[in-house]
Write a protein that binds this ligand. Structure first.
Ligand SMILES: [Zn+2]
Length: 98
């Protein structure tokens, strides 16, 4: 039987994957530094963008980051398996024990 998976918080199943990357930017300070307050207005320049990205499941209806199966109805948990795939696995064994 096919089970519908939904967000435990809002009951909806409008989910998405979010990806966050770490980016380091810099602004140049003026050449002559002196005591006191120095402004660092100007454009941010990219110093480094991490190639690693963090992938997370998010409920797009209520903006909750879904951490594990406890945040979902009809599902024991999930994991990011291969590239661009997320595996939702059963809560069958949990229900059997409770
Ligand atoms: Zn939700």
């Amino acid at each position: 039987m096919e089970q519908t998976i939904s967000c435990k918080k809002c009951g909806k199943s409008h989910m998405g994957i979010i990806r966050s990357k770490k980016i380091t930017e810099y602004r140049v300070l003026q050449d002559k530094l002196s005591l006191g307050t120095m402004s660092f207005k100007g454009n941010w320049k990219t110093e480094q963008t991490s190639s690693k990205s963090k992938t997370q499941l998010k409920c797009l209806a209520c903006e909750t980051i879904i951490k594990d199966g406890d945040d979902l109805n009809g599902c024991g948990g999930f994991k990011f398996d291969k590239k661009d795939e997320v595996l939702f696995y059963t809560d069958f064994w949990e229900n059997l024990n409770s």
